[in-house]
Write a protein of this length. Structure first.
Length: 366
């Protein structure tokens, strides 16, 4: 019988996905996934299965690296020794991402073991994603290792093997909630745009390439900054690092205010809905009906009975109603931390709506 609370490690998993050290890796991952050489006309079930497979592989690689870190710290190496080496790894990874993104931008491929192009969730692609997950974890060690070692790895010694495994899996579930929901949303959006706006397809690869290059450049800047701080704690701050850290801290504070469990539950409900919608065409009528009944029941239980509409529906409705005021703030306070995110979200939503409307009009004319 599990005797420990799993809410804290689950919340830590969510927060770790957007930790200050590895924060740039999340959009870099999405850019990498967006720019993959995949079949743009593949059916919805293939899109969803591919998104699930790469998301779970990335999460597994991340948590396995942190698990190995917890074992190593308790046996062969000190936490301080690891902290002094990870900034150099961050710089090396950033230096690898920049030329890879540049080659993607020019339509060519550079042969890096971790990043081999492939179609669909093939074994070769999963190895590439595994390498990306390892990189994500290594970059994140400097910021997330102390909390992980105390609250997750330390649970094995405090609470025993069974409770320790439960805590570890809860941490992985929180991490997977963020990665999987973002990856599936991107996969569905790309698939929808690909069907309706073929002329935009080349731009997907360019967007992914630019994201990789920007992410790589930031990793270099952040790694050099960490090295300077390790050598001299009084070293001056870096404005680029300060800006990204400010954005990350606002997101972390928002997640803390919302609460890890409600946020994670909402993300997993989104994942379940996308999976049901994506796999529907591949299922017979009865299994498809049962799948939607399960997902609908989960929504009724979580959204209606437990949270009384305040899990997703009311917050999203409030966000939509406040959006015009947020847009008005772009000119009043263009340096506000949320302005870049709000701009990107607005462009993405308008693009999806435009593509969907255009596709519907085209289908009706046929």
């Amino acid at each position: 019988m599990i005797q420990v609370s799993l809410a804290l490690p689950f919340t830590l998993g969510i927060v770790t996905a957007i930790n200050p050290c590895g924060f740039a890796m999340l959009p870099t991952w999405l850019g990498y996934f967006l720019g993959r050489d995949t079949a743009d006309d593949e059916a919805r079930p293939e899109q969803i299965l591919r998104g699930l497979s790469v998301s779970f592989t990335l999460t597994a690689a991340f948590v396995l690296v942190f698990g190995a870190l917890g074992l190593a710290v308790n046996t062969v190496i000190s936490e301080e020794s690891i902290a002094t080496r990870t900034p150099w790894v961050t710089v090396i990874l950033g230096a690898a991402f920049v030329p890879y993104g540049l080659f993607m931008l020019t339509g060519r491929q550079i042969r890096i073991p971790f990043f081999k192009p492939g179609r669909g969730p093939s074994t070769r692609e999963l190895w590439s994603v595994l390498g990306f997950g390892v990189s994500y974890a290594v970059v994140s060690i400097g910021c997330s290792a102390p909390i992980f070692l105390l609250h997750v790895a330390g649970s094995f010694g405090r609470d025993g093997i069974v409770d320790g495994i439960a805590v570890y899996l809860a941490f992985a579930a929180g991490m997977a909630a963020v990665v999987t929901s973002l990856t599936l949303s991107l996969a569905v959006a790309r698939g929808g745009l690909a069907r309706h706006l073929r002329r935009l397809l080349p731009h997907f690869d360019r967007i992914g390439a630019v994201a990789l290059m920007l992410g790589g450049a930031y990793l270099i800047v952040y790694g050099v900054y960490e090295i300077r701080i390790l050598r001299d704690a009084r070293a001056p701050s870096n404005p680029i690092v300060d800006s990204v850290t400010d954005l990350q801290s606002h997101l972390t504070n928002w997640a803390s205010r919302v609460g890890g469990l409600p946020l994670g539950l909402a993300l997993w409900l989104v994942v379940a809905t996308l999976v049901a919608w994506g796999l529907g065409p591949a299922l017979a009528s009865r299994p498809r009906r049962w799948l939607w009944m399960l997902v609908g029941g989960a929504w009724v239980l979580a959204e209606g009975l437990v949270h009384r509409g305040d899990l997703v529906v009311i917050p999203v409705g409030r966000l939509i109603s406040d959006w015009p005021a947020r847009i008005g703030n772009w000119t009043d306070d263009p340096l506000r931390w949320a302005t870049p995110l709000e701009g990107l979200v607005t462009i993405a939503v308008l693009l999806v709506v435009w593509a969907s409307a255009r596709g519907a009009i085209t289908d009706r004319r046929r």
